[in-house]
Design a protein around this ligand. Structure first.
Ligand code: NAD
Length: 319
């Protein structure tokens, strides 16, 4: 019988919300194995699926020597760069640290791959809708001018460009996405910006007060994490999907007040809401033109009502 060769994935940030959901999805294919590097600054060890096809290193991606050795020794087929200080608010508090993690560490990995001529099938980087800033033009399209307004957004845009430049200049197979607001199981309510929906859910569950920064009429484009991880897998495993950046979103505008009402409906509880002034760096309205990634068959769109129902069920299961 022929021995099966496993496809190897490196997932940085694999103990985090999106990384853990991705690892779970990758393991459904018995020909995949996953190495996770995460310093657990935001991710949780219990998020990591238990499997002999998962190896976990509790380590920072800013450790150049460690990451270089790992890339040189392992020769991964797929490299998925998700580790980040993923909160815009945190990046306003800790701009230099954000830069070191969100940009420098990723550039250092690209350089290791280039200098050592390490072959791989695809390198993927997770950028963000934050790069569009507060330009009034809607929907946000990949070709429009960017306006990164925080350190988080600056580093996401810079790294996205670096990844694409390494692809172009050194013929590396690379691809990037700009996520809009991702929600779903395993989201850590401690993450104060991208997880607005999970903080709301947490408040409803425990009867804690919830603060709207603004009137709650600000809009976001929410996408279910199950759709996001299928998009990542699809992009890395599709050879033609390369040298490009894709919005990953539903293409729909939803107010925070609408999300609150839907969650109240699903849980049968009332949110104890207060309002404060909008925060520095927060963006009022955002939704995507997601037509570019929709050309691929792997892209799926779970409706907000279905996604929220799955999310609420996952939180109630844990209670
Ligand atoms: N969730 C969203 O709505 C959203 C939107 C846009 C972009 N993104 C991007 O997607 C990626 C994943 O986001 P997420 O929502 O899963 O966030 P998350 O905070 O749950 O996951 C990020 C992970 O990176 C880890 N990490 C942070 N610093 C690290 C370091 N120095 N070394 C190793 N690991 C480190 C954290 O512990 C965490 O597990 C991030 O790059 C984020 O910027 C997310």
């Amino acid at each position: 019988m022929e021995a099966t060769t496993l496809s190897s994935y490196l997932v940085t940030g694999g103990a985090g919300f999106i990384g853990a959901n991705l690892t779970e999805l990758l393991l459904t294919d018995s020909s995949n194995k996953v190495v996770i590097v995460d310093d657990l600054s935001m991710g949780l060890k219990r998020n990591i699926p238990k499997s002999d096809r998962v190896t976990f290193f509790e380590h920072s991606i800013t450790d150049h020597d460690f990451m270089s050795k790992l890339l040189i020794d392992e020769h991964f087929d797929y490299i998925v760069l998700l580790a980040a200080i993923a909160s815009v608010a945190d990046s306003v508090e800790r701009p230099y640290e954000t830069h070191q993690v969100n940009q420098e560490a990723n550039l250092s990995m690209l350089e290791t791959l280039r200098v050592n001529k390490i072959p791989f099938k695809k390198l993927y980087f997770a950028s963000s809708a934050a790069v569009y800033g507060d330009s009034p033009e809607l929907p946000k399209k990949e070709t429009m001018a960017v306006k990164p307004l925080t350190q988080y957004a600056v580093d996401k845009f810079a790294t996205e460009r670096e990844v694409l430049n390494y692809g172009r200049l050194y013929n590396m197979p690379v691809v990037c996405t700009r996520f809009f607001n991702v929600y779903g199981p395993k989201q850590n309510p401690k993450s104060p910006y991208s997880g607005v929906l999970s903080i709301m859910m947490d408040s409803l569950k425990d009867g804690k007060p919830f603060t709207f920064f603004g009137d709650g009429e600000q809009t976001r484009d929410f996408i279910y994490v199950g759709d996001v991880v299928k998009a990542i897998r699809g992009l890395v495993e599709t050879p033609d999907a390369r040298d490009d950046v894709f919005n990953v979103a539903n293409g729909q505008q939803t107010t925070l007040n609408q999300v609150a009402a839907a969650l109240e409906n699903l849980t049968g509880k009332k949110l104890d809401a207060t309002h404060k002034a909008p925060r520095l760096g927060d963006i009022r309205d955002s939704y995507a033109d997601a037509s570019k990634i929709d050309h691929f068959d792997f892209m799926q769109h779970t409706s907000l009502s279905e996604g929220l129902a799955k999310y609420v069920a996952s939180v109630q299961d844990k209670a």
